[in-house]
Design a protein around this ligand. Structure first.
Ligand SMILES: *Cc1c(COP(=O)(O)O)cnc(C)c1O
Length: 411
């Protein structure tokens, strides 16, 4: 037998070898090979089950294989899957109507991945600045928050401050200014007459579930309105029920000018992203200005519509809020026993482990050995984001496993 290989994980070990040979090394996955999944649970090639507490970085808010989402996808697969936007399709309009209604906005521009939706918001903001606000050609700037994560395109990584995401990929697109996240005075100072937008995550997900100071989002809304700047909220990870509200902005009763959505909008089945805004913003886009071959395709629109229908009941938001309290309390009980800080909103938590005890990676490896899948964001911070459909008993079990790993119990 090869070193470390046991009969219990023989198929996983072989599959990981193939991955390491043929899949580019742009990720460092935990040594778990998922073969099947249902609800909040996944099963590896050797039949071991794990509780999925990452949920595809919140793309799986409704769990694996949600029956209504699957039924919608199956039905649509047999009707029509792709038309391009050269023609209308029967699914796109109703999906956009439902999503606009959910967000309290006028209209939707559909794309596929999160990064594309962020790019779309950047383009729309710049065009709004030139066409509506009267900023001189090519002078528009956009203010972003330090520690941001908005995706992986060359423009977007250009305003990241993560060296791993950025170094080696320049030269970068000009026109972005970065200020400390949560610092209103710095934001105010960065805005000038050519500022098109403030682009921020209402809670920074990859940053480690960083929650801005109380009242900050309201102040950003007030400041951007007063300075005639668009407030663009990247809710790709924070939105669609995760925080116990439809949008994280709802936690402060704030309405941005543009919502950027992705991840859970595709129900964990297909990539679906969008920006959602009012006419005064989205009407700057005319035929030929922007588009996507796959954006708004009938399969994506049908699944996205089913996702919006799930959210329209409010059931998932309430569940995230209720179970989120349990998650918060359970994690807080570990503060002082190896956990330094906990930041939780709904079923979403950033846990800072004492670096002297173990790294975030090590915690995730030990959790995986106990059947819990989670992912460090960086250093000693681990993000927990189970599907919103997680059973209460499973959540308690997950908290027990974390407690056991942190306090070194070996039960
Ligand atoms: C994941 C994420 C993105 C990028 O989405 P992709 O679908 O991976 O391109 C952008 N913004 C935030 C806040 C995200 O969490």
């Amino acid at each position: 037998m090869l070193g470390g290989m046991t009969t219990a994980n023989v198929k996983n070990t072989a599959a990981i070898e193939v991955d390491e040979t043929y899949v580019a090394h742009n990720y460092h996955p935990l040594p778990v090979v998922v073969a099947e999944a249902a609800g909040a649970w996944v099963t590896d090639l050797d039949g071991k089950r794990y509780l999925d507490c990452l949920a595809g970085y919140s793309a799986l808010n409704f769990g694996h294989g949600h029956p209504e989402l699957l039924a919608t996808a199956h039905g649509q697969l047999d009707r029509v899957t792709l038309t391009s936007r050269a023609f209308h399709n029967a699914e796109l309009g109703p999906f956009c109507e439902a999503l606009a209604t959910l967000a309290g906005k006028d209209m939707v521009l559909p794309m596929n991945t999160g990064a594309e939706a962020v790019e779309t918001a950047i383009k729309v903001s710049r065009k709004w600045a030139y066409d509506v606000k009267g900023v001189p050609a090519d002078q528009a700037n956009i203010v972003v928050g330090q520690g941001n994560f908005h995706g992986r395109t060359t423009t977007i990584v250009g305003f990241s401050d993560d060296p791993g995401a950025r170094d080696g990929f320049g030269p970068f697109t000009p026109g972005f200014r970065s200020v400390p996240y949560g610092d209103l005075a710095a934001l105010d100072a960065a805005i000038d007459e050519n500022t098109a937008a403030v682009l921020m995550e209402p809670i920074q997900g990859e940053g480690g579930v960083i929650v801005p100071p109380e009242g900050f989002l309201r102040e950003v809304r007030e400041l951007t309105t007063r300075r005639r700047v668009l407030f663009v909220a990247d809710e790709i990870q924070s939105g669609l029920g995760r925080t116990g509200t439809t949008f994280a902005c709802d936690l402060e009763e704030v309405v941005p000018d543009i919502y950027i959505l992705g991840k859970a909008l595709g129900g964990g089945i297909v990539p679906v992203s969008a920006i959602v805004a009012n006419h005064d913003v989205l009407d700057v886009i005319h035929p030929g200005n922007h588009g996507s071959t796959f954006g708004g395709n009938p399969l994506a629109a049908a699944v996205g519509h089913a996702v919006v229908d799930l959210l329209a009941t409010g059931e998932y938001q309430q569940r995230a809020a209720r179970l989120g309290q349990r998650l918060d309390e359970g994690l807080r009980a570990l503060i002082g026993q190896g956990v330094l800080a906990v930041r939780a909103r709904g079923l979403w938590a950033g846990v800072d482990v004492d670096p002297a005890l173990m790294s975030g990676r090590e915690l995730c490896e030990r959790l995986a050995a106990r059947g819990v899948l989670a992912k460090e964001t960086h250093g000693s911070t681990v993000r927990l984001a189970p599907p919103l459909v997680i059973e209460e008993g499973d959540l308690d079990w997950m908290l027990e496993q974390i407690g056991a790993v942190i306090t070194g119990r070996t039960d």
